[in-house]
Design a protein around this ligand. Structure first.
Ligand code: RRO
Length: 310
């Protein structure tokens, strides 16, 4: 019997736990004809701001032995063009759509959120409280539990859609921040965004990225994200969508065992168009070999370890 990979994020049912990480899949249809969408349980869009943004100067991407740096600077078409041009095409994919929203201010978060009220086929909002590449908003908001509480609380009042709070990789304060989001009524957390980082062009004697600093993603981030997912799901009830360096099915399995309810893949897709299929097949094979029938047979099983020092 084929194991069932269905998972739930609050009241939202996903046929598999796999989805692209925001910013790595454009507005959802760019990969049509290039990868199979069959293993996906949802689509997550690039973060949207109220007005279109041109983003940071190039170079915006830099490959490292341990992962990748990006400094896109939130380039996006703005909420109006998204609703007019992008969402209708996204709706045709037949998958739940999670729209990532961004604001330089609390007011902008609210206005972007409100423009999505009643939009057809939007299943949830991922509230990006963690972009490392913008001067205002972004990770500065996500590092502050009070701000996180305020933004989620206000959005919850005004927008009748499930809210996923996407938080920065701050292993020292993640519990406090996660608790603030849960208390404000977030339906889920996405853990984690990229880690602020940089690379140096030693020949030219200057930073590689046009934006000077960027966000580190890929394999280097995976164990850090894993620790945060484990810790948060051990202590809190809120469902966690894991993001951070998943490039193999074994990574996905590790996040499920750590307590994740769903999984986002980003950086790995840039070098491996089969990554979603490989991870999907790997999870199914692992479960079949062990006679597991549902994701619940795996989720959070690592919490059962006794004498835990945390
Ligand atoms: O656009 C970006 O530079 C960006 C964003 Br909004 C984000 O949330 N995370 C990231 O690594 N890059």
């Amino acid at each position: 019997m084929t194991p069932c990979l269905e998972t739930h994020i609050g009241s939202l049912r996903l046929k598999t736990p796999l989805m692209p990480a925001s910013g790595t899949f454009g507005y959802g249809d760019e990969y049509l004809g290039i990868i199979s969408y069959e293993p996906l349980g949802a689509i997550v869009t690039k973060s949207l701001s109220l007005k279109p943004k041109r983003g940071n100067p190039p170079p915006r991407i830099h490959e490292l032995p341990c992962g990748m740096l990006n400094s896109i600077g939130l380039e996006n078409v703005g909420i109006k063009r998204f609703l007019e041009e992008k969402l209708p095409r996204l709706s045709e994919l037949g998958l739940p759509v999670v729209v990532s929203i961004f604001g330089e201010s609390e007011e902008e978060f609210l206005r972007v959120g409100e423009s999505l009220k009643g939009a057809p086929s939007v299943s949830a909002l991922e509230v990006n409280l963690s972009c490392p590449n913008v001067r205002k908003g972004g990770a500065a908001f996500g590092a502050d539990p009070e701000r996180v509480f305020h933004i989620i609380d206000n959005l919850k009042e005004r927008v009748d859609l499930p809210l996923w709070a996407k938080l920065p990789p701050d292993p020292f304060h993640i519990l406090e921040i996660a608790e603030a989001a849960q208390k404000a009524g977030a339906h889920a957390l996405t853990l984690v965004n990229t880690l602020p980082a940089m690379a140096m062009d030693i020949q030219r004697g200057r930073p590689v990225l046009g934006g000077i600093t960027g966000g580190l993603s890929g394999p280097a981030l995976m164990p850090v994200a894993l620790k945060m997912v484990y810790e948060v799901t051990r202590k809190l009830k809120i469902p966690v969508v894991a993001a951070g360096g998943i490039s193999r099915w074994e990574d996905a399995m590790a996040f499920l065992l750590a307590g994740a309810s769903a999984l986002q893949i980003g950086t790995a897709l840039f070098s491996n168009p089969r990554v979603f299929s490989e991870v999907h097949e790997g999870i199914l094979r692992f479960m079949r070999e062990r006679g597991m029938t549902t994701i619940e047979d795996l989720r959070g099983k690592a919490h059962e370890v006794e004498d835990h020092p945390l």
